[in-house]
Ligand binder design. Structure first.
Ligand code: C2E
Ligand code: MG
Ligand code: MG
Ligand code: MG
Length: 280
């Protein structure tokens, strides 16, 4: 702590702040340049339909390989993009790329015609009036049927949007796209919000799997049961072990996503995985 550092302590403290501010500015400049140069890529993490054991969808995740720093964690650059507004460009790039990629896969892999792609929508995008038009355009350009796109919005974003959330979700759904609540269980939404919002499914946060089974399982079972009762689909996030896969299946989740199945892969590796047509 700066004060405890005695004479000169504040100087050290200010220097620390200065260094952080510089690093932050540097990150923003580099991220802007990466967007300008098309160096933000999109990777895809498979989602398995538990009843059939097949991959029926995938989540598009932004990836950035910095020329000097190597891979930058999304937690870091997404936060920076959110703070600076660059997320509007980044989000649109991921949306366009994911739809174009799904269209391209469908042309080479017959079974890919059934796959869905999930795209994360940030708080700023959600508040933007142009979002629905951008979604419509991305689908048209990719030649993708709207029902194959799932838009993931975190629970906290939906809660912050308050009274506007149902209208925005409704517009997206009227295009034919599916709306999903991401990281469900981490925010403060009342369960009743689930049935008031026009949504197609919930992604159950991986924290319930990470907890020991005796504590996590009842919560997962309750969420899966509630979702089913409301006609919502579920994806269990963060499945890392065979035991966890068995558990989410037994507890009645519809889909699973996690490192056990695969981490996010580049488009080429994802196509190779799809071509294997493996069952989990
Ligand atoms: P998210 O949307 O909840 O995405 C799932 C995250 O969980 C991904 O992290 C994924 O790699 C990670 N994950 C998947 N399976 C496992 C597992 O078995 N164990 C563990 N420990 N983690 C697993 P990632 O790619 O680092 O992204 C983190 C977050 O950054 C995302 O969370 C999302 O909120 C945000 N993000 C990533 N790409 C985008 C994007 O294009 N737009 C927006 N708005 N946000 C994005
Ligand atoms: Mg997500
Ligand atoms: Mg999530
Ligand atoms: Mg998450």
């Amino acid at each position: 702590r700066a004060k405890a550092a005695g004479p000169g302590g504040w100087a050290v403290y200010e220097q620390g702040m200065h260094t952080r501010a510089l690093a932050r500015l540097r990150l923003e400049t580099d991220l802007r340049r990466a967007l300008d140069q098309g160096r933000i890529s999109v990777h895809y993490q498979p989602i398995v339909h538990l009843a059939s054991g097949r991959i029926t969808g995938m989540e598009a995740l932004a990836r950035w390989r910095h020329p000097e720093r190597g891979w930058v964690p999304p937690a870091e650059f997404i936060a920076c993009a959110e703070e600076t507004g660059l997320i509007l460009r980044l989000g649109r790039h991921v949306l366009d790329t994911a739809c174009a990629q799904l269209g391209a896969w469908s042309a080479v892999l017959p079974a890919a015609g059934e796959l869905s792609v999930s795209v994360n929508v940030s708080v700023r995008q959600f508040a933007q009036a142009e979002l629905a038009d951008q979604v419509k355009m991305a689908l048209e350009r990719g030649g993708v049927a709207p029902g194959r796109l799932r838009l993931e919005i975190t629970e906290s974003v939906l809660m912050d949007a308050g009274g506007d959330a149902p209208a925005v979700l409704g517009r997206l759904r009227s295009l034919g796209a599916a709306t999903w609540m991401d990281d469900f269980g981490t925010g403060f939404s009342s369960l009743s919000a689930l049935h008031r919002l026009p949504m197609d499914g919930v992604k159950v946060d991986r924290s319930f799997l990470a907890e020991d089974e005796a504590r996590g399982a009842p919560v997962l079972a309750a969420i899966a049961g509630l979702a089913r009762g409301l006609g919502l689909q579920t994806v269990a996030e963060g499945v890392e072990t065979p035991a966890q896969l068995d558990r989410v299946r037994a507890l009645g989740c519809d889909h699973a996503q996690g490192y056990l199945i695969s981490p996010a892969l580049d488009a080429e590796a994802m196509l190779a995985l799809l071509a294997q047509d493996r069952r989990w």
